[in-house]
Design a protein around this ligand. Structure first.
Ligand code: NDP
Ligand code: MG
Length: 389
C-alpha cells in the first residue's frame, strides 16, 4: 500500500462521474482524500459534499452562487473560489496528486491542460477534451511528467487488454456500444422521439448530455476519437460493435488472431476504481460481482450507420483532423442543449452538426487559441442555425 494518501481534485464533483468518484474516495479513506471539489451551479450539493468530505477548497464556477457557497461554508476552514480561471489555477496546486476531469463538454479543456502542464496524474472522464484537442493534448503530455488514465469504461477496457502487450502487435480495437435507447426503433420514428425518450438509457445512468450523445451514437464517435489519441491507433483500425448488454466493455484484436476482451457489470464505479488504482494495482471491492447469468446471453451486432449517421460524421472529422472534431463537438453541445429544451427535433441534431461543419473555417494545425476561436465560432453558427429550425 502507498505510504501517503493521494489528494484528489474532482472537477465536476456534483455530476454523475463526480459523485461516483467521491464514493470511491470514501471507500478507500487510507488511500485517497478529496482536496478540491468543483461544480458549475449545483451549489447546495457542492456545499453538502464539502461538509461531508472536508476538502481544502471548493470552486463554484458560476459566480452568482459564490456568496451563497461562501456563507454556507463559513467557519469550516474550506477555501471557496469562483470562475473558470480559478479552476485552471487550483489544479496546479502542489498538494494535488490526481485530477479527475469529470466536467462535461468543452469546459473541461482548459483545466485539463493546466493539470498536464503541472505534471498531475489525470483520470480522464471528460472525453470532449480529447475530441476537441487530442493532438495538442498528446504534444503537451510528451513535454510533461503527467500521465492520463482513462475513466471511460471502453477505454479502461482497452487499457486493461493492452497491459503487457506491444502496440505493434495490435490489429484493431473493437469499441463496444450499447446502441442506446433507439437501437431497435425504426429509423422513420427517430424524428418524433422526445428528450424524455432519449434520456432513458437502457444500461447506464449518466448525465443528460452524454445520455443524449449515446442516443444519437455521437458518444461512440467521440469515443473512437478518444481511443485514437489515447492509444495512437488510426481511426480506420477502430471498429464499433453494438453490444446491447454492456458487459463486454471493449476488445483488442491482435495480429496473431487473438482477441482480448474486458468484461464487467455496467457500473462506472468499476472503471473509476481501476483508474484511481493505477499504476499501483487493483483496489479490492465488496461490490456486487459478475455471475454466470450476467454473461450468459451476450450478443454482438454491426452498428447501423444509416440510422445513426453521426458515426460517419465522427470518422470523417477524425480523418480530416485539425479543427474539424472541435467544430463537431461545439455544434453537438449546442444542438444537444437545444434538443433537451425541446427547441429542435432529435434528427435536427445531425443536420445542425453537418451544416455547422460545412460552414465553419478549418485550421489544419491548430494552436490552443485556434481551438478556442473554432469552438466559439462553431457555437455561434450552430446557435444561429437553431434559430432557423
Ligand atoms: P454531468 O452532467 O452529470 O456532470 C457534469 C459535472 O460538471 C457537474 O458537476 C457540473 O456541475 C460540472 N460542470 C459542468 N460545466 C461546468 C463548468 N463550466 N465549470 C465547472 N463545472 C462544470 O456529466 P457526467 O458526469 O455524466 O459526465 C462528465 C464527463 O464524463 C463528460 O465528459 C462525459 O462524457 C464523461 N463520461 C461520463 C460517463 C457517465 O457514466 N456519466 C461515462 C464516461 C464518460 P453542476 O452540477 O453544477 O452543473
Ligand atoms: Mg463510454
Amino acid at each position: 500500500m502507498r505510504e501517503t494518501r493521494r489528494n484528489i481534485a474532482v472537477l465536476g464533483s456534483t455530476g454523475s462521474i463526480g459523485r461516483q468518484t467521491l464514493d470511491i474516495i470514501a471507500e478507500y479513506p487510507d488511500l485517497f482524500s478529496a482536496w478540491l471539489l468543483v461544480a458549475h451551479s449545483s451549489a447546495d450539493l457542492l456545499i453538502a459534499q464539502a461538509r461531508l468530505c472536508h476538502p481544502h477548497m471548493v470552486i463554484i464556477a458560476d459566480e452568482q452562487y459564490y456568496e451563497y457557497v461562501c456563507d454556507a461554508l463559513e467557519g469550516t476552514g474550506i477555501e471557496v473560489a469562483t470562475g473558470s480561471a480559478a479552476i485552471a489555477q487550483a489544479v496546479t496546486s502542489a498538494e494535488i496528486d490526481t485530477v479527475v476531469t469529470a466536467m462535461v463538454g468543452y469546459s473541461g479543456l482548459e483545466s485539463t491542460i493546466a493539470a498536464i502542464q503541472a505534471g498531475k496524474r489525470i483520470a480522464l472522464a471528460n472525453k470532449e477534451t480529447l475530441v476537441v484537442a487530442g493532438e495538442l493534448i498528446n504534444r503537451l503530455l510528451q513535454d510533461s511528467t503527467s500521465v492520463l488514465y482513462p475513466v471511460d469504461s471502453e477505454h479502461g477496457a482497452f487499457y486493461q487488454c493492452l497491459v503487457g502487450e506491444r502496440m505493434q502487435d495490435v490489429e484493431k480495437l473493437w469499441l463496444t456500444a450499447s446502441g442506446g435507447p433507439f437501437r431497435t426503433l425504426p429509423k422513420q420514428q427517430l424524428a418524433t422521439v422526445t428528450a424524455a425518450d432519449a434520456l432513458k438509457h437502457p444500461n447506464w445512468s449518466m448525465g443528460a448530455k452524454i445520455t443524449i450523445d449515446s442516443a444519437t451514437m455521437m458518444n461512440k464517435g467521440f469515443e473512437m476519437i478518444e481511443a485514437r489519441w489515447l492509444f495512437g491507433i488510426e481511426p480506420r483500425d477502430i471498429e464499433i460493435v453494438v453490444h446491447p448488454q454492456s458487459i463486454i466493455h471493449s476488445m483488442v484484436a491482435f495480429k496473431d488472431g487473438s482477441v482480448k476482451a474486458q468484461l464487467g457489470l455496467p457500473d462506472m464505479h468499476l472503471p473509476i476504481r481501476y483508474a484511481l488504482g493505477l499504476p499501483d494495482g487493483r483496489l479490492a471491492s465488496d461490490g456486487r460481482k459478475m455471475t454466470i447469468e450476467d454473461m450468459a446471453t451476450l450478443t454482438l451486432e454491426r452498428p447501423d450507420f444509416d440510422k445513426f449517421p453521426l458515426l460517419n460524421t465522427a470518422y470523417a472529422a477524425a480523418r480530416q483532423g485539425g479543427t474539424a472534431p472541435c467544430v463537431m463537438n461545439a455544434a453537438n453541445e449546442v444542438a444537444v442543449a437545444a434538443f433537451l429544451q425541446n427547441k429542435i427535433k432529435f434528427t435536427d441534431i445531425y443536420t445542425i452538426i453537418e451544416q455547422t461543419m460545412a460552414q465553419a473555417p478549418y485550421v489544419a494545425h491548430p494552436t490552443y487559441d485556434d481551438y478556442v476561436a473554432s469552438n466559439a465560432d462553431a457555437r455561434a453558427r450552430a446557435s444561429e442555425l437553431i434559430g432557423i429550425f
